[in-house]
Design a protein around this ligand. Structure first.
Ligand SMILES: Cc1ncc(COP(=O)(O)O)c(C=O)c1O
Length: 420
């Protein structure tokens, strides 16, 4: 397997290929195949872009039909049938049944662009510069989003000062601290030193921060705080939306309605780039063209994305996620954690973290990623010191494959523990 060209010419910034150093040639569902014909169970799912698995037939068919039809492949934000069908389906089958009234903006096709767009819109509406974000947050790599993102390595890459963000301790960091009361104190204490924010931006489950599921009560507290002080609540559902947590939107379990929501990754179907910003209609004060992007509303992504939404609705994917999530939780609890008392786990839906911080931390997690890959399982590590293994299979993974992947995790852990 020749990988010399990558090592020789591709920038040092390359990352995942260091953990999975094989040339990957094929993928279907939750299985990826390398150039030597070796198969891997995929517990990575394109970091959340592949909730529907690799190359689902119904999406490929829809895209091929679109490609052969002579329809536009690039349309900026012009009217096209693909956009009409996506928006119609999204409104009728996702928003309306949940009683949600949002306008939809197609930002540039990456998640970070949706976040840029959301914070710009919040600042524009409230005419305030500051944003509250949470420690442990990941919101993207462009400067506006990076200012919210917390991990040191990413921030060190910025090269300029990043301001206008106040980072609040996440609720799990100091369990004895009421972080909603803390934020209220920042807002009301004339010696707090904090500027009133336009928005509080958060993930309801911190994924790259280490798989921390925020309590519904806490989320309701943040919603109430935003209402009381005229602050916008922005939830970043880029990774944990689209069914990942067992409901379409991750905030549904708290019974709250954010003012602005960002979506990306799996909203484009099978890895096709697409990003959305949902906003309460009265917040839509953009001037025409005030936030643009050449590749916004990518036509093939709209086609694949609509097919994905239809699949999700017709197969009640969220309830399957809840059922499969229980399988993972049971396995972590009864098969994995008893292997060593220092292991802990947490998660929701089909997003779980196995925390190795008590068991060698980042080095142990790095070794585990390698062992898993050698054994035929792809997963990544996240969180402080990169010490948490993130289990995030496609939502459509078959039970048998799910258990196979969990078995490979167990086998790899046994090897790690033997190595000492
Ligand atoms: C919660 C969240 N927000 C934003 C982003 C940025 O998305 P992208 O990498 O497409 O820019 C990510 C990416 O992992 C994410 O997980």
């Amino acid at each position: 397997m020749d990988t010399a060209i990558f090592d020789q010419y591709e920038s040092n910034v390359r990352s995942y290929c260091r953990s999975f150093p094989k040339v990957l040639v094929k993928a279907k569902g939750a299985v990826v195949t390398d150039e030597d014909g070796r198969e891997y169970v995929d517990f990575f799912a394109g970091s959340g872009a592949l909730n529907f698995g690799h190359n689902p037939d119904y999406m490929i068919d829809a895209m091929v039909e679109h490609l052969r039809s002579g329809a536009l492949l690039h349309g900026m934000d012009m009217f096209t049938p693909a956009k009409r069908e996506f928006l119609t389906y999204f409104e009728e089958h996702i928003l309306a049944p949940r009683g949600l009234h949002y306008k939809v903006q197609f930002s540039g096709p990456t998640g970070t662009n949706a976040v840029e767009c959301a914070v710009k819109l919040a600042r524009l509406n409230k005419k305030r510069q500051n944003i509250f974000a949470l420690m442990g947050a990941f919101h993207g790599m462009t400067l506006g989003a990076l200012a919210l993102t917390t991990d040191r390595c990413s921030r060190d890459g910025a090269g300029v000062a990043m301001g206008n963000v106040t980072h609040i301790p996440a609720p799990y960091m100091f369990p004895e601290l009421d972080t909603v009361a803390y934020m209220e104190r920042l807002l009301t204490d004339d010696h707090s030193g904090a500027e009133k924010p336009a928005a509080i931006v958060l993930e309801t489950v911190q994924a790259d921060g280490g798989i921390y599921v925020f309590d519904p009560e806490w989320l309701r507290g943040v919603r109430a705080l935003c209402d009381k002080y005229d602050i916008l609540m922005v939830t970043d559902d880029i990774q944990v939306g689209c069914g990942r947590t067992g409901t379409f939107f991750s905030f549904e379990r708290a019974g709250i309605v954010p003012d602005i929501v960002t979506l990306s990754k799996s909203i484009g179907g099978c890895g096709m780039p697409l990003s959305l910003v949902l906003m309460r209609p009265e917040l839509d004060i953009w001037e025409p063209g005030q936030h643009t992007g050449t590749f916004r509303g990518n036509q093939l992504s709209l086609v694949a994305g609509k097919a994905g939404l239809q699949y999700m609705v017709e197969h009640d994917l969220p309830s399957q996620v809840r059922r499969k999530g229980a399988i993972v939780e049971d396995y972590l609890k009864n098969e994995i954690c008893p292997m060593d008392g220092r292991l802990t786990y947490r998660g929701i839906g089909l997003l779980w973290g196995l925390d190795l911080s008590g068991l060698g931390g980042g080095d142990a997690a790095k070794r585990m990623v390698s062992l898993c890959f050698e054994n035929g399982l792809i997963l990544e590590r996240v969180g402080r010191d990169n010490s948490v293994l993130k289990l995030m299979p496609p939502l459509v993974i078959e039970d048998e494959l799910l258990l196979k992947g969990l078995g490979l995790l167990k086998k790899s852990l046994a090897q790690l523990l033997r190595e000492g």
